[in-house]
Design a protein. Structure first.
Length: 265
């Protein structure tokens, strides 16, 4: 049975799939190119379990419209997505308000500072500024993460309605990013309660080994969290009272400024 076709007729028996299914297959191809790298027609068909003729039709349309490009190394995601990504970032209200605050805080601390927004049960890192001492990790502007494994995400979950939290956990699961990721629902719910009491979330190597972080929620005008503000850095620097006392007091103040600007700016 072909990948993505569980419970559905195979391509040979369904030469004209519905528009929704056709869109889903195009998205699968784009996701494969993004996550698994450039590939030729045969490699993409093998990855996804579709016939080469099916993949070719989708690739041809995507290439005509500028969403993929065919290079010597195979098909790649097209630069048109850069335009879409920058547009989505610039249009997001949290980015517009928070960017200067992120820049100021990163320059003050010389650590990596992030602004994250929740969307459809995921956390998307909208923007960051890296201080002079920061280390590189796999997170980047535009990176979409499951909420439970990051301080930024836990800060959002902690201030959500319980029913919405349960729904997100049902849909997104609790996979481990490292050996320290919380993967037990009851344990996570206890952690969220502790976050509500202290106002900030901590991450001690739960998403990236050797990296610590502290995050404060950003609450919108409807009293629902819209995102969070995070400071992250190597565990040897973000530790002790600096992590548990100094940074929380600082980022809570900045997060409050962002909240006021979101509501009245």
């Amino acid at each position: 049975m072909r990948h993505g076709d569980e419970g559905q007729p195979s391509e040979s028996n369904d030469s004209a799939p519905s528009s929704v299914e056709a869109t889903r297959r195009s998205i699968e191809i784009l996701r494969s190119l993004k996550e698994d790298g450039s590939a030729n027609l045969t490699e993409i068909a093998d990855r996804l379990g579709y016939s080469k003729s099916t993949v070719h039709r989708h690739l041809s349309t995507l290439e005509d419209e500028g969403y993929v490009t065919n290079t010597d190394d195979g098909y790649q995601v097209g630069l048109l997505f850069l335009d879409y990504g920058i547009h989505a970032q610039n249009e997001h209200g949290l980015y517009q308000i928070a960017k200067p605050k992120v820049d100021d805080l990163a320059n003050e601390l010389d650590e990596k500072v992030w602004i994250m927004a929740e969307e459809n049960g995921y956390g998307t890192f909208l923007y960051h500024n890296a201080g002079k001492q920061t280390v590189e990790t796999y997170t980047r502007d535009g990176y979409r993460a499951r909420l439970h494994a990051f301080a930024a995400g836990k800060a959002v979950l902690a201030f959500m309605d319980r029913e919405k939290v349960e729904d997100i956990l049902d849909r997104r699961g609790l996979p481990a990013e490292t050996s320290r990721t919380i993967t037990d629902r009851a344990e996570l719910l206890d952690e969220l309660e502790a976050i509500r009491e202290r106002g900030v979330a901590f991450n001690r190597s739960e998403s990236i080994r050797g990296v610590h972080a502290v995050a404060a929620p950003i609450i919108g005008s409807d009293d629902e969290p819209v995102g969070s503000l995070t400071v992250a850095g190597p565990a040897n620097r973000l530790k002790g009272e600096y992590l548990t006392d100094e940074l929380p007091e600082l980022i809570l103040g900045v997060a409050n400024e962002i909240e006021v600007n979101l509501t009245y700016g």
